[in-house]
Design a protein. Sequence first.
Length: 459
Amino acid sequence: MIRRYILDEIKSHLNQPEMTFISGARQVGKTTLMNLLMDDLVKNGKRVISLSLDFENDEVFFSSQARLIERIRLEFGDEPGYVFLDEIQRKENAGIFLKGLFDMKLPWKFVISGSGSIELKENIYESLSGRKRIFEVYPVTFHEFLDFRTGYKYSKRVKDFVNLDTQKSLEFLNEYLNFGGYPRVITSQTIREKILTINEIFQSYIDRDIRQVIKGEQPEAFKRLIRLLAAQTGQMINLSNLSNEAQQSSPTIQKNLWLAQKTYFIRLIEPFFNNPAKEITKSPVLYFSDHGMRNFAISSFGNIQNRQDYGFAFQNLVGNTLLQKLYGTPFTIHYWRTTDKAEVDFVISRQRDPIPVEVKFSNLNKPAVTRSQRSFIEKYHPSEAWVVNLTYSHVTEIGSTNIRFIRFFDLPVVLDDLVSSIEKVFLVEESRFPYGLQGRKKNGEKRKKKSERQHRTSP
């Protein structure tokens, strides 16, 4: 079984009153996480009940809130317990249903999972505003994959493993770039099994998430668009060109892009700009949530043929790493393009000090900064700029900007440090803020008492 790093984060939320909501694309391991959480609770002597809308025998208990409560009470009485509800997106008006349960202030903790349907994203989330914490699960990350492929012998020492056996680490990266991060694909033993599995995942996505939304329309048009998008990974979306190539209207293209994004299939990154006259301001850049699925869509699954295609897959991987590690933080991810054709792959936006990130699928052996990254540095004067590559670590300077050459294997740790740095700032501010409030409160009370004394002594 592949260990998921998000599991500990979810565990830490189980003692909070809000509903714990586990969401994500199909077959990324949500139900497995639910089962692991339940096993851990049972081992610790907690009461647990699990009901799934995937099971016909359980469906009857979702017919009304009263019926579900009756079933849970049969198990727990009025004692505390943990209620796991799986595949909630299958329940009609699920948002209102869950909101009512939460507002009854029942003595049970609800842990809920759902796949990336439009109903889930648009209605359930909105209905549960302020009543839930969402944990979004994506395909297995490279470091989770590396842990699994090395038998968890180096879980606490991944950097040591990479330093000692860089060649083997690159072989694992090559495998991951070819096949992606769906758990069932990773655990399939042969290439044929992997191909059959990725095909089944894609077809299930079309049949269960897309077909029910487009209804009368043919899903073949949606599939055709996905194939075109896969060939344009890391490039700006041009609706007019897509419309011509896909033989679909621009509104249809926009609708299908929205569908693919809402169902966790693709990710769109918006441009970074301060000067609309000289910088691109509108067209997003597209990446796939799983680069293995992107490979499948352009018939290169497990068989990437050239260095350029490897480069796009690697850029997709770096983009997903940035998005996942910085999710839920003050940082946002963008790209940068100018009308003069200067471009930077990613920009980590932070207050007045963005970080430009260039991606190089190569074994650099000396510091080299592109003309485009130099242009960004000259314009924005950031305190640091990154070049993510395969094996080279180094720090140099251009003016007042530190240029950090970061091995991809080290990128998650670098991002953790970035998040920790902002958290430390918040902690410092929080430690100051209550003191300031307290001081203002005391001064206010002094003024109030002085005013009251003056009022009592006035004629």
